[in-house]
Design a protein around this ligand. Sequence first.
Ligand SMILES: NC(=O)c1ccc[n+]([C@@H]2O[C@H](COP(=O)([O-])OP(=O)(O)OC[C@H]3O[C@@H](n4cnc5c(N)ncnc54)[C@H](OP(=O)(O)O)[C@@H]3O)[C@@H](O)[C@H]2O)c1
Length: 222
Amino acid sequence: MDIAILGGTGDIGEGLALRLAADTSHEVLIGSRDAGKAETKAAEYTTELDSRGLDRQVAGFENVAATERADVVVLAVPPYHVGDTVEAVADALDDGDVLVSPATGMKRDDDGFHYHKPGAGSVTRIAADAAPDEVAVVGAFHNLAAARLANLDADLGIDTLVIGDDEDAKGIVADIAEGIEGLRALDAGGLANAPEIEGLTPLLINVASNNKGLHDLGIRFQ
Ligand SMILES: NC(=O)c1ccc[n+]([C@@H]2O[C@H](COP(=O)([O-])OP(=O)(O)OC[C@H]3O[C@@H](n4cnc5c(N)ncnc54)[C@H](OP(=O)(O)O)[C@@H]3O)[C@@H](O)[C@H]2O)c1
């Protein structure tokens, strides 16, 4: 499959791009609002893979051009720009394409990070509301730590929770996720369950920052 990662120039985009390119045969397309930035980051990822003896080419495009080429489009952008990013690429989406939202809204105070639930109910729901009718939206990758993904020496051994109202689309995303070594995809039900999953991310960050030696935490359900 051709997988575009919009905002693939950022932290979680880098981690997902490197893992997908290293562990799967999917084509990985880096999207950015700036084509030159996408090309530069894609070249960096290709160099990193090459340094590990992995002959994989990662390509970079402006977000619309990346979306046009992709079957699956990951919205690796800040949570409050998920809606406008979907709107910006909507015309480039084909019927049957799948959008994936890993985004979580958080706010921080003296006690730590807190889930910042948007008015729509969840960021995943914002993506679904902005998406064309014939494009399914799936939530996944919310609770993964970008640095752990981007460090290809790190074993994962963690889960990602996958939610969506379209079972076929959810299956496609679960298969992609499971292609990453050490990542298990668990079905967490429909899109209405997004707030519970998005709300786990600030919990993980708070646990990591309050406990020595625990960083880049992930979840394994047992
Ligand atoms: N970091 C993590 O560990 C992690 C883990 C799980 C989920 N997430 C979620 O993944 C998403 C991205 O997180 P991140 O840490 O990778 O963020 P980030 O590095 O701050 O940003 C990712 C990319 O978003 C693009 N971007 C910035 N402002 C934008 C705007 N106004 N409109 C459209 N695109 C914009 C930028 O790409 P260009 O400038 O190239 O367009 C940037 O490289 C967030 O929603 C976050 O909740 C993050």
